[in-house]
Design a protein around this ligand. Structure first.
Ligand code: SF4
Length: 229
């Protein structure tokens, strides 16, 4: 599995995929990447150290993802990241967090001592689809609520059961309330959730112009950031 890459387009940055303890929720119906989680702390520390030694600081920006929330990384890994920030003169971090940790984001900002752009897996702002079908356990009601805590939502597009109207509204909210966002085109995995080919074709055609939008990154495959499997 690739765990380090340098992204050169849109928002240039180094990106690492670290290993963490199990996701606090772990029950989203579309998710199988929690298989990368582990309860073996020594294994986590060793793998994370190997990956973090690759960071050069050359872009000044470091994104850290971990098949869960940054709060599920071992404290020793977080301390190592904090050292790397100083040694490699990293100016900004990108972290991911689930909605349930929203009151802890400032704690992490204080701990790291540099600006953090916090991403959140919103998947969709359609509350019924997100909560009852995707089982996201993120009970916000409006994009404004999300914006109060997080900087950058990640949307999922192309799931059977999703409609064009839902996708259109999600992208409207993304553009209206946030300065940055990611759109993940859904690809089939080991879960029963399936992609909707026709909806994806429609999305690619209708929103092709977003490829030139510097504030929005679109992942057609999970590995488009150069990490993962
Ligand atoms: S919160 Fe994220 S990592 Fe956890 S189960 Fe849901 S999608 Fe997977």
């Amino acid at each position: 599995m690739e765990r380090y890459n340098i992204i050169t387009s849109k928002k240039p940055r180094e990106i690492v995929l670290l290993k963490s303890f199990p996701c606090i929720w772990g029950k989203c119906t579309f998710c199988d990447y929690t298989e990368d989680n582990s309860i073996n702390k020594e294994e986590l520390l060793q793998i994370n150290h190997e990956i973090l030694t690759k960071v050069t600081g050359e872009t000044g920006v470091l994104e850290i993802i971990n098949s869960g929330s940054c709060f599920e990384l071992p404290i020793e890994t977080l301390e190592e990241i904090r050292c790397i920030i100083i040694q490699k003169q990293v100016k900004q971090l990108l972290f991911e967090s689930h909605w349930v940790y929203r009151h802890k984001l400032q704690e992490m900002r204080d701990f790291m001592g540099i600006p953090i752009l916090f991403k959140i897996g919103v998947e969709t702002f359609h509350n019924e689809f997100r909560q009852n079908y995707l089982k996201k356990n993120a009970d916000f009601k409006t994009p404004e609520e999300v914006r109060n805590y997080f900087d950058s939502p990640c949307l999922l597009v192309g799931i059977k059961g999703q409609t064009k109207e839902m996708v259109e509204e999600d992208i409207r909210h993304l553009k209206r309330y946030f300065d940055h966002g990611t759109i993940n085109v859904f690809t089939n995995n080991s879960t029963p959730v399936k992609k909707d080919e026709a909806l994806i074709e429609w999305f690619i055609k209708k929103y092709k112009y977003l490829e030139h939008d510097s504030a929005i990154e679109i992942l057609y495959e999970n590995t488009d950031f150069g990490v993962g499997t």
